[in-house]
Ligand binder design. Structure first.
Ligand SMILES: [Zn+2]
Length: 268
């Protein structure tokens, strides 16, 4: 599942290819399964708009369009966004096609069809995104800011880290890795993470995200690869294997309906 680093890599890959191009044709082949916008409306809102910028907020890709509206793409489990030379020769899992003024086609490919492509007005997009927390690696995400949001919650620290309204863009895999590096147990109550642990966690989150974006850029040079394949995961998915640091066996624990991984020796 693409997490923030993979989504960021998709944005970086696309920026040089589509920014400044006009959308000459738009076709929604398969709309979203949950609360879809009307396909013909989305198509007409995309047509004849220029793509002025590509940005990212949390796991949302934002195509900023001339005229002030924004196309928002959420890749979810299997989505990808890439250009092909000719839209006729597209994969069967393509859900939307945007023909560009340079003759190429931007496709939203999504085999499980859980992702979303919506178009919103400037006012609507602002209200949708204002609920998202600060981004790791951004100036808004300071150590004080992390301490404040952990201090305000008795929920397990890992669930707080994954709450998009608290921190935008940190998902299951990288939250587990950051907690391992910071030597904090994922189940520890957020408010009990003291100053020293918080400082380690802040450094670990930034470090993990920086490395993960760099790794995702390499992996996503080829469209359609949805694994953090280039990132050396140390705990996530390593249940039953010895910890690199202390040799104790890494455990898988269910938490908030997902699996998390931690080392009983290192993480307290
Ligand atoms: Zn260990």
């Amino acid at each position: 599942m693409p997490e923030m680093p993979e989504v960021e890599a998709v944005c970086r890959r696309l920026r040089g290819e589509v920014v400044g191009r006009r959308i000459t044709g738009a076709r929604i082949l398969r709309p979203s399964t949950t609360r879809p916008q009307k396909p013909h409306r989305v198509e007409s809102q995309l047509r004849e708009r220029r793509i002025d910028a590509i940005s990212r907020r949390g796991k949302h890709i934002l195509l900023e369009l001339s005229g002030g509206s924004t196309a928002v793409i959420h890749l979810r489990m299997t989505g990808d966004l890439y250009t092909i030379p000719d839209g006729r020769f597209r994969s069967a899992s393509v859900r939307a096609l945007l023909e560009l003024s340079d003759g190429r086609t931007l496709v939203f490919d999504d085999s499980r069809a859980l992702g979303k492509l919506h178009v919103y007005s400037a006012a609507r997009i602002e209200s949708l995104l204002e609920t998202l927390g600060p981004e790791p690696l951004s100036p808004r995400f300071s150590e004080e800011c992390l301490a404040e949001l952990l201090g305000a919650s008795r929920r397990p620290v890992k669930l707080v880290l994954m709450d998009q309204e608290r921190i935008a863009g940190l998902g299951n895999i990288y939250a587990a890795e950051a907690l391992y590096r910071a030597r904090i147990h994922p189940g520890r109550a957020a408010a009990s993470v003291g100053k020293v642990r918080c400082s380690r966690l802040y450094a670990a989150i930034n470090q993990v995200m920086e490395e993960a974006v760099a790794a995702a850029e390499i992996a996503y040079a080829v469209p359609g690869r949805f694994e953090a394949a280039e990132f050396p995961l140390q705990v996530y998915g390593h249940e039953g294997e010895p910890c690199h640091s202390c040799g104790r066996i890494i455990r898988r624990i269910p938490q908030g309906g997902r699996s998390t991984y931690s080392c009983p020796g290192c993480q307290r």
